[in-house]
Design a protein around this ligand. Structure first.
Ligand code: GCO
Ligand code: MG
Length: 398
């Protein structure tokens, strides 16, 4: 079998998604997600100009060899643009191989290690009453675990609460930040949530890279009475050494890695067991092949998976994640923010979300299609992620 065509499809059924469609001379096709929120066109160019020409004429069964050739052959390794592009190829080739085998992808990854995939959803509110309503809405949808984000007194626009979509696509929205106010208010929020919803509900929180190690240590300690499932991205964790300090001070479990793109970002974190969950997405980590290797490395240190699953991972990336979640032994939890009804129409899929649990379905391959006609009716719309400034105007981590 040979690859005879590979096309990059950019569509915006509510938000932008980048999809690679690989075609073979035997008519079998494969899909991969290469969406990089706010930098979509960079990945489109990388794929179209530098990856697709190298794929034509090659054997789609040689997934590992193709992966290594794209990673090592470029000489310029790593980085989110490169790794999102390689991820799309890797996933599309797994899709083809599993379709030819007539099996759902999870069967090629070792088969099911569980019956279904536990998820967590997002609840947020500017204040406590709004937050409680949001938690009740997620519980009504069946979510067994809930990420809690709230407004911070004195701040207008805060991550996870105020939707930071760019109104005209021209400039990023500016959000506000004050670490002191956040550290003072958050433990009280979790206290109120525990009083209202009791001790059993699984709760998570995302600090979105905003703290220094000593601030993160204090927050982890202050949140211990509220028994969080995890505190996510407490620091900008590319400084892996900083996590030693956090870890020395708190038993709140830590999750990190949605912005990471290779195993090298995790060497200290996993090797020294400084975290409890690895958060990388199939889409941003070079695909199913390297993420599977990361999970095996993490398993040696009793660290579990927690694949990133925001709205900006397309249903193609989500399908790949769910197959991996079902197959690996050290599965932890899967983030599932869901998609708009139109997005589900553009990407018809076999995976299901029932009572807060996902299942990849039994269709051969990834179990996902792309309605190219509908996709082309919803063209790319420029959009940026917000930026974040302190009250004196200094740029802060977003
Ligand atoms: C999460 C993430 C997202 C990111 C987004 C950026 O935990 O789901 O932090 O909300 O901000 O994916 O594109
Ligand atoms: Mg996050």
């Amino acid at each position: 079998m040979k690859i005879v065509d590979a096309r990059v499809v950019l569509t915006s059924p509510g938000r932008n998604f980048v999809t690679l469609k690989v075609e073979t001379d035997e008519g079998v096709t494969g899909l991969g997600d290469a969406t990089l929120n706010g930098r979509e066109l960079a990945v489109v160019g990388y794929l179209r100009d530098h990856v697709v020409p190298l794929l034509l004429g090659t054997d789609p069964y040689r997934i590992e060899d193709t992966w290594q050739a794209l990673y090592r052959g470029a000489y310029w390794r790593r980085g989110p643009v490169t790794m999102a592009a390689i991820a799309a190829v890797d996933v599309a080739l797994w899709d083809i191989k599993a379709k030819v085998a007539g099996l759902p992808l999870y069967q090629l990854l070792g088969g099911a290690s569980r019956e279904r995939v536990r998820t967590y959803g997002h609840a947020s509110g500017r204040d406590i009453p709004e937050l409680f309503d949001s938690i009740r809405a997620r519980l009504a949808e069946g979510y067994p675990a809930i990420r809690v984000q709230t407004g911070v007194p004195g701040l207008e626009r805060v991550y996870g609460v105020h939707h930071g979509a760019t109104p005209d696509g021209a400039r990023p929205v500016v959000e506000d930040w004050d670490t002191g106010a956040y550290l003072r208010s958050l433990p009280g929020v979790f206290d109120a949530v525990r009083q209202e919803f009791g001790p059993e509900l699984t709760l998570l929180h995302d600090a979105h890279h905003r703290l220094t190690p000593i601030q993160a240590a204090r927050l982890g300690k202050d949140l211990e009475p509220y028994d969080l499932f995890w505190l996510e991205d407490c620091t900008p964790a590319e400084n892996q050494d900083g996590l030693r300090l956090v870890r020395r001070h708190t038993t709140t479990p830590l999750a990190i890695g949605e912005v990471f793109n290779t195993v090298f970002d995790y060497q200290t974190l996993v090797g020294e067991q400084l975290i409890d969950y690895v958060r990388s997405a199939v889409t941003h980590f070079g695909g199913v092949s390297p993420l599977r290797k990361l999970f095996d490395f993490a398993a040696q240190h009793q660290i579990k998976s927690a694949i990133h699953g925001p709205e900006d991972i397309s249903p193609v990336g989500m399908a790949a994640a769910i197959h991996l979640d079902l197959a690996i032994h050290n599965f932890g939890i899967q983030e599932y923010a869901g998609h708009t009804p139109l997005t589900h129409e553009v990407f018809p899929h076999a995976y299901t979300f029932t009572d807060g649990y996902l299942h990849p379905g039994e269709a051969p391959g990834l179990g996902i299609e792309l309605d190219e006609e509908l996709a082309s009716a919803h063209p790319y719309e420029p959009a940026y992620l917000p930026i974040n400034r302190l009250q004196d105007g200094t740029i802060h981590d977003w």
